[in-house]
Design a binder for this molecule. Sequence first.
Ligand code: MG
Length: 393
Amino acid sequence: MDKERRRFIRSAAIAAVAFASPEFSINSAAKNNMLFSINKHHNSSSKMKLSWTPYNLQLKHTFTISGFSRTTTPVVLTEIEYDGVVGYGEASLPPYLGESQASVIDFLKRVDLSGFNDPTHIEDIVHYVDSIAINNTAAKASVDIALHDLAGKIIGAPWYKMYGFDKRDVPDTTFTIGIDTDEVVREKTIEAKDQFNILKVKVGGPDDKRMINAIRSVTDLPLSVDANQGWTDRHEALDMIYWLKEQGVVMVEQPMPKNDLDNISRLTEMSPLPIFADESLQRLSDIERLKGVFSGVNIKLMKCTGMHEALKMRNMAKALGMKVMMGCMTETSCAISAASQLYSGMDFADLDGALLIGNDCFDGAKLEGGKIIASDLPGIGVTPNRELNFSHN
Ligand code: MG
């Protein structure tokens, strides 16, 4: 029996079971529609069409990390169309990570999906996409996210449901207060303190204590800190972490240089606060060697090639007894909504990326009571809120 025929029989059997169940009362036109919709996505002549468009995110506030400032972040948005159904994806490209709109578009031009005739075969497709070139993790994520959106729409459910997650069983998102003058820091903190339950501060420079004190002058909210590899002396870092704990800081991200694992593991051992890996970690294969070095890992879709691998990382870190957080780059509600599908049960979240931009081109996951909550739409749960000119060139 050929593959198409097996598929048809399986689809027809599913439909027959559905129609036979007592609570399933439906007129014949709707029945025909349902059969049509079950089968139309298995038409072997259908092909997935990948297209893309570069887009520049305008930041609401100038973003500063350790002396480096910027006001825009380039992204590439992707679309995969199959039989009239469209899935959306995104590659976010902060300049320090080495990918650009040009390198993403070059990569996307090499992606040939013509060998696949079922978008729900995600395992096979992302394996192929990963094999095209090394690195290019944001470009790969843009295909992975669009594919998940497409497949979820075809199946008719949001991914958090398919994963078996409660979309509200998620940690509060942190909101980053950028390095600035005391007056601006107080202003931004006052603006944020009623919308968020935890704030994040970038540390690792000469302004650390001043920043924390300025925030503490207007709120008692818990804080997380991210040193972005900025501390080089383990003993000074430990002193600082003790001071931070007294100020109500609850976790520390990437205290020391990413390859200095000996010092980091000794710091983690002595630290009164959990220490999370960000720059020290990219993909699934990195997690095992970080057990015992860090207390937890920061998973970001743009680092790890997308949702398929991020879920595996979440599960592996948990299985190894490590804490897990979901992070993000500056990105639209497209990539944030993708992340919102899979961070149930994690310990921390840093999903403020779309809240920091003034020209978000998608509606999707929303801030509710300090948490980023997925929408109920199928796939990753997004709708574009303006015209986006996707093309194949
Ligand atoms: Mg970080």
